[in-house]
Ligand binder design. Structure first.
Ligand code: SAM
Length: 589
């Protein structure tokens, strides 16, 4: 069996054996233009499921299977709207389909054996009795199941892929393309689960977390040039209030590796430019460096004991407590009037009495991270809705680091392998990236179709990329589970070093202050004007190997700071029985 190719041309060659296979590599430029046209058409006609399906195919051809799945899922929801007149967008979705016919069928539905399966789709009733819109909706649903199952397979979400494939096969039990996709899912599942050809594969065993491209999408016009003079001057004007002795500047950082290497002893290692925080005046030992307040917080406990706005632990409710509950939705508690006023100003009215509070709360330990990132996304959506700005324009995330990979590196040929390509680094699942964010928006009474520009899947993915590079989480002291997370956009500009010159604590505010003494050699603390603020993302009291393993998650790679390199090189020299060399302050031996 041939592996299907993500890069299929928009002009589907339905005469090929399965029409899932087309080895041509379509050029990106025209596809990007076509994507733009379809996005504009969707802005004019937001309930048109055919346009969504067409854009799904283009996304698939551009090697964004996750975005293809997102579009196919929206088309599937619209097909449900067409069939059920009690649904909220029934009239609009049906009206949008009136411009299309079953013969000739829209090109995007004329795929493989789909039209041959029309008899199963109309259930033997004949086209007229079934109603043309309903038939189109049914054919479209099968097409959605095909795109969803193949795309999710390509992202590595095998369980969701198989579930959608099975749903399609329920509608058209003999559909050739769905059977092919099911075979592919089972082949990949067998390889990943190391199962023999005759061993059964149960759906609950299948992995459902994949990875997708982590990039500044070519059509993303919201991403600033973080290095340009305007951005730096904007950031520094804000920073002046919360860290008056600091400034944001370009910092040269070691390029992070995936794991241990033999470069620890090298005098020169590859570096890259990013942003960092620097002292612009001397800062004494123990002196405060930064105090930052952020409402971009999340709490995954159902009955939380933290302030809804800033995430601080609430004091026990006594008569002298300063805690305030929202007069409209009494369950939402703020630590004081200040937090309540800030919440009212920046996000709360968008979720007040909207029943979004129970979503993703008290998660299974295996999905704690996902739940916290999802709840950060929910907060971001509430902030952008209430402030009436695009989510990626919300100041709290606009300028932060997203650990993006270049589009060129991410672009792959798309044949099916056991795992998605290694350059794809953004964790992805159907539930947390596609389904639940839309569910949250619906609970907020937002029309997910009419607001596509703000709530497209690539917008959620971009926000997730930023959260994953910068959010901090706090563990609950009772059970050690992370239950509160936050993004502090200025604190997160400080880079990591295993010999930090600051330390931090997050209560209601993120506080950063200069260390009294440095970890290495008990040197006195304090930061000179011009020196970089060196934060710590891991426990710096651990030995080098453990430190590097811990920091790998939060830093995004193997720590190559001076201290790690010196300690690792010394350990290697000791193991080899070489005499120890003294190292000077800069680590050059
Ligand atoms: C929270 S951000 C820090 C600010 C970031 N440099 C920026 O430009 O906004 C974390 C990212 O900074 C980079 N980084 C921080 N400390 C580093 C270090 N010691 N070595 C290499 N990269 C570092 C890593 O790419 C990491 O994923």
């Amino acid at each position: 069996m041939e592996a299907p190719n993500r890069n299929r041309s928009p002009q589907t060659d339905s005469s090929s054996p399965s029409a899932l296979t087309d080895e041509r590599e379509p050029p990106r430029g025209p596809l990007l233009q076509r994507r733009q046209q379809l996005t504009e058409a969707l802005a004019r006609s937001p309930y048109d499921l055919i346009l969504y399906l067409e854009r799904a195919v283009v996304h698939s051809d551009l090697a964004y299977p996750d975005l293809a799945a997102g579009d196919a899922y929206r088309a599937l929801l619209l097909a449900d709207e067409v069939r059920d007149e009690s649904f909220e967008y029934h009239d609009q979705a049906k009206e949008s389909l009136r411009g299309y016919r079953t013969a000739p069928c829209p090109e995007v539905l004329n795929h493989g054996s789909l039209v041959e399966d029309l008899d199963q789709i109309v259930d033997g009733q004949g086209v007229e009795a079934a109603g043309e819109c309903n038939i189109l909706a049914n054919i479209a649903s099968v097409r959605c199941f095909q795109i969803l199952s193949l795309s999710l397979l390509l992202c590595g979400c095998l369980k969701s892929a198989l579930e959608f494939c099975e749903r399609g096969l329920k509608m058209v039990p003999h559909n050739r393309e769905l059977h092919e996709i099911k075979d592919y899912i089972e082949q990949v599942a067998r390889r990943r689960l190391r199962k023999g050809p005759d061993e059964p594969i149960e759906i609950h065993m299948l992995p459902d977390r994949g990875v997708v491209r982590r990039e500044v999408y070519p059509w993303n016009t919201h991403e600033p040039d973080r290095f340009c003079a305007d951005s730096l001057s904007f950031l520094n004007s804000k920073l002046a209030k919360i860290a008056p002795k600091c400034e944001v500047k370009v910092s040269s950082l070691p390029v992070l590796l995936d794991g241990a290497s033999n470069t620890d002893q090298y005098d020169i290692i590859p570096t890259c430019n990013q942003l960092g925080l620097f002292a612009k005046q001397d800062i004494g030992p123990g002196e405060p460096v930064l105090e930052e307040y952020s409402l971009l917080t999340a709490n995954n406990r159902h009955k939380e004991s933290t302030c809804d706005a800033c995430g601080t632990e609430l004091p026990p409710l006594q008569s002298d407590s300063k805690a305030v509950s929202c007069p409209e939705c009494h369950d939402t508690i703020f630590c004081d009037e200040f937090c309540f006023a800030k919440a009212q100003e920046l996000y709360h009215p968008a979720v007040c009495e909207k029943d979004v509070d129970s979503i993703a709360k008290d998660p299974d330990p295996s999905v704690i991270d996902e739940s916290l990132y999802l709840l950060l996304l929910a907060r971001l959506l509430a902030m952008s809705t209430h402030q009436d700005i695009h989510p990626l324009e919300v100041p709290e995330i606009k300028y932060i680091w997203g650990d993006f990979v270049s589009v060129a590196l991410n672009d792959v040929d798309g044949s099916i392998t056991d795992e998605p390509p290694p350059e794809w680094t953004l964790p992805f699942s159907f539930k947390y990236n596609v389904e639940t964010p839309l569910h949250i928006l619906e609970k907020m009474d937002i029309d997910i179709y009419a607001t596509l520009d703000r709530h497209d899947l690539w917008v959620f993915n971009t926000a997730y990329a930023k959260f994953r590079g910068t959010a901090s989480a706090r563990k609950n002291p009772r059970d050690g589970r992370p239950d509160v997370a936050a993004v502090h956009p200025f604190w997160c500009l400080a880079n990591h070093d295993c010999n930090p010159n600051v330390t931090w604590e997050w209560g209601g505010r993120m506080l950063l202050w200069a260390r009294e003494t440095r970890v290495v050699g008990n040197q006195p603390g304090g930061i000179r004007a011009g020196e970089e603020i060196l934060n710590h993302y891991c426990d710096v009291n651990l030995p080098v190997q453990q430190r590097r393993e811990w920091a790998q998650g939060s830093l995004g790679g193997w720590c190559m700071c001076q201290r790690c390199r010196e300690e690792a090189a010394a350990a290697v020299a000791t193991a080899a029985g070489e005499p120890r060399e003294e190292v000077n302050g800069n680590g050059a031996s």
